[in-house]
Ligand binder design. Sequence first.
Ligand code: FAD
Length: 532
Amino acid sequence: MARLTVEPIDVLVIGGGITGVSIARDAAMRGLRTALVEQSDLGYGTSSRSSRLIHGGLRYLEQGDLHLVFEASRERRVLLGIAPHLVRPLPFMFPVHQGDRLPLWKVAAGVWLYQLLSLFRNVRRPRILGKRALLRMEPMLRERGLVGGAMYYDAQCDDARLVVATARSAMAHGSLVANYVAVTALEQAGGKVTGARVLDRLSGETGLVLAKVVVNATGPWCDHIRRLEDANAPPLLRTTKGAHVLVPRQRVGHRAAITLTSPIDGRVMFVLPWGAFSYIGTTDTDTPEEPDEVRASPEDVTYLLRSANACFPNAHLSEDDVLGSWAGLRTLVAPPKDLPASEVSREHLIVAGPGGLLSIVGGKLTTCRLMAAQMVDRVIRELRARDGRPRPAAAPTEREPLPGGETKDWATFRHTGLELGLSGDTVEHLLSHYGTESAAIYNLIREDRALREALHHEHPAIEAEVVYVTRRELACRVEDVMVRRVHLYYETRHHGLAAAPRVAELMGRELGWEPERVTAEAEEYRKFCSES
Ligand code: FAD
């Protein structure tokens, strides 16, 4: 807070989802004095509740949106290159049954067009498979009515960790990043937005951040912030809910990711592998829920399980199999009629308010880097109009690896982890979460061997990670560690509650918490789990 409020900055970004952190990264790389504030934890909003795909968007082909698919396919390649530890190629099977909304010829044409739009630079070429070949690869698929299918490639990512890695890159380039700091009001002078009043939600401290340009990257909260500038601002957004459920993978028995059309309403949806788990998503329903309250409802769960059961008839998935669920709000852009057409994309939108507040809505995880570049171009136009500064060169965001993504060759890292006495599962877990930065975790273990201990008997995460994410990744609360850094919340029964007291203790050592605070933080996590 002290550093945020001490002197005016060029650009203040509100919102620490993937859009906000990507903007902060790009702006800082171009030499702008940048700060970002997030009201909760980094990635707390939509960006940790996605389908975790980095994809060209096969389904956009149905709408004829070839440009979108072309752009997103290119971005998939960029992200596979700059964050290979977090973004990984994933084979998909798209089975087709008699009577499905999409016949096999259309699916086949679609995957080839998809390949074409990636300029044949996708991981591998697609394949069209007959019934027998498909069943050999995915024996648990419904055989009755199966016509054949297609195999194609996309990528999967750890969405929450992608946000953290991007934020850390922004910080490495000089951006200030503060989580648990909320914007409560916009400062205005002469009809222009000149900064924001902020509240540190952990300490209760308040302050004023002065900024030449303020960017609103708050996703589904966007209209709330726009109304701080102009109480009568017409809404920009229409939101729909997308929910996912997580089940044990062996209950479904699939090998690749599965794309299917739901027999309930013909929507394209996915059954996706996640280590020993599978998640099924997503729904698409109108909801009156506020972004802070959005949850998977019993109806969402039923829809997802019924759709998956129709494709995998031996799975017999029921509510009892659901280990966890998450839901987020899609922000569908509903622009005011008088907006210039050049500013409108079907996917995302940048809008300037009457006082100069720049809002960005829509988009995808996949295209975050492009959206950020467009927004920073716009910010630079504003800054140049004010002070005539020279135009900085474009930021090398597509070339510079995110922290942890400096190599794809993990052999030495694997070897070192095993030498330290870590299990193979733990080493793989560390590499897929921290990439090359696993080396820092190994160093913690060298200093204190006790940090090799597992956090939870059902999970490969270890105690050293808690120390690391508290020191280096801005984790402030037990929930931050359990949900978005290490994922015990989703990947163990009972949300890893048994580990919460130890996590609080380790965080307390780092953050100087008194024993009462340690107990209270663990208790807060228990409450969070019982309410979610
Ligand atoms: P958010 O992640 O919601 O971030 C906004 C942030 O602003 C929040 O963290 C919030 O706490 C903060 N904030 C709000 N108010 C304030 C305030 N007053 N002060 C400070 N901070 C504030 N895209 C893909 O590419 N692949 C996918 O597989 C995919 N799947 C999806 C599945 C679902 C169900 C949904 C809903 C979306 C999916 N998307 C996917 C899209 C993608 O997840 C979103 O486009 C992206 O996460 C939006 O990020 P954001 O930063 O704009 O918003």
